[in-house]
Design a binder for this molecule. Structure first.
Ligand code: MN
Length: 232
């Protein structure tokens, strides 16, 4: 018997795969905090080398690259954070190293849009970050390139341009926690599965977006991510 619902269930958030027709259905979005030392420093923090930490965004925060979005509600200080995104294509639980990497389907460029003022208030009051991180269109994501086509994660350069001005630049080997380390740690706490995404943190240079801004993020070997903030 087919299930019936009181109202239409939400559309499945999904990402394109480079050169392929089927889309990648997004399940969960895990985000790594403080994974580049220079960004931790610019936020007045130190990297905790003992353990990484995470926050999450709902799958329904996904905004496909190429969109125009409204300036987010309830903030006066919305920031861009350009990130390397890992897309899982298989199950992963309590696995390490090469075994953990086997679950990786591919990679994408992503922007972790952040209501910095609300995040700051939450930090001050030792409250969760949801208002600062988990809101409509807060996960702007480009198409996925398969792992084999991308190759090893090494010194590929990540850059973000706002209105054609370079505002962030780093290489992937500057990440404090490598992708296998993140997968190994996260899979101690979750049964990760196909459809899960991991945003691996942003380097230094974060800053405010303004109505009318155009953001373009690039990582060597991946399709770019682009978004325009509508004029107020
Ligand atoms: Mn981030």
């Amino acid at each position: 018997m087919t299930e019936t619902y009181l109202f239409d269930p939400p559309a499945q958030p999904a990402l394109a795969l480079v050169g392929e027709i089927p889309k990648f259905p997004v399940r969960r979005i895990f985000c790594v905090g403080r994974n580049y030392a220079a960004h931790a420093a610019e936020m007045g923090n130190e990297v905790d080398r003992e353990a990484t930490f995470y926050f999450t965004k709902s799958a329904h925060t996904v905004c496909p690259s190429g969109s125009e979005i409204a300036y987010p509600a309830g903030t006066r200080d919305c920031h861009y954070e350009m990130e390397f995104v890992v897309a899982l294509g298989g199950d992963l639980f309590q696995a390490e190293g090469a075994e953990a990497m086997e679950a990786v389907l591919g990679y994408a460029c992503g922007i972790d849009l952040t209501r910095r003022d609300l995040q700051g208030q939450a930090k001050e009051k030792r409250r969760p970050w949801d208002l600062g991180k988990d809101f409509e269109d807060a996960a702007i994501l480009g198409p996925i390139t398969r792992r084999d086509a991308f190759g090893e994660i090494a010194d590929q350069r990540l850059k973000l341009f706002m209105d054609d001005r370079e505002v962030q630049s780093a290489t992937l080997d500057e990440m404090v926690w490598s992708v296998p380390e993140i997968l190994s740690h996260l899979s101690r706490f979750y049964h990760l599965t196909a459809g899960d995404l991991i945003m691996t943190g942003t380097p230094a240079g974060v800053g405010p977006v303004h109505p009318g801004a155009r953001l373009e993020g690039r990582i060597d070997g991946l399709e770019p991510v682009e978004v325009t903030i509508a004029n107020a």
